[in-house]
Design a protein around this ligand. Sequence first.
Ligand SMILES: C[S@@+](CC[C@H](N)C(=O)[O-])C[C@H]1O[C@@H](n2cnc3c(N)ncnc32)[C@H](O)[C@@H]1O
Length: 209
Amino acid sequence: MKPQDLPFFYTFESRRPLFEPPVLCIPPYFSDHDKYSSLCLESFERLEIEFCSGNGDWIVHRALSHPGIQFVAVEKLFKRVRKIWSKTVNHNVSNLLIVCGDAKDFMRHYVLDGSVDRYYMNFPDPWPKQRHAKHRLLTPEFIAGCRVKARGEALFTLVTDSHEVKEGSRALFENPALTQLDLASYGRSYFGDLWVSHGRTLYQVEARV
Ligand SMILES: C[S@@+](CC[C@H](N)C(=O)[O-])C[C@H]1O[C@@H](n2cnc3c(N)ncnc32)[C@H](O)[C@@H]1O
């Protein structure tokens, strides 16, 4: 399968949440999520979610090496979702659901309270300028939402090359552990490789939510 083999699901006018396994599409600029509660994730023995999955290199490898865990990749750009989808199909990955949509909408409307065991966010867009702050995903409200959906205390792993994002995590999480990341042992991703090739230092933040 090539990424282009996954068709567009709908026009803007006909947009609605749609589940074409393994892809759950949650359209932007949509308000009637409550009418689609049947698309809410079922409960799994162990559920782990990666936000901002990009082209899916990291999560596809993770899902393949942990077949007993149900994973979810959340990515808002359809052209990147297509790449995750083709890798999932070509590698016969059966434990990865791909969400094409905004992580905030997905968490608020399609995830059961108390159902998530672990979160990952690898190289989120930092949006350092204050006038772009509305685009940031890592906010106190988002982390509070992750806490509601967590089963007990869930580990949240944040990986970044941004000094601001790393330092900002101190205000988001309680007692976060900040370390330098070894990408080879953590798992590679497109942006991880890119920043390593630019000689940047990578950081890992781990905290309980
Ligand atoms: C810098 S890339 C990192 C991609 C990947 N994790 C990697 O390491 O290669 C950030 C990704 O986050 C996605 N993204 C940003 N905001 C998002 C949101 N609110 N919901 C879902 N995805 C989002 C972007 O579309 C982009 O693909």
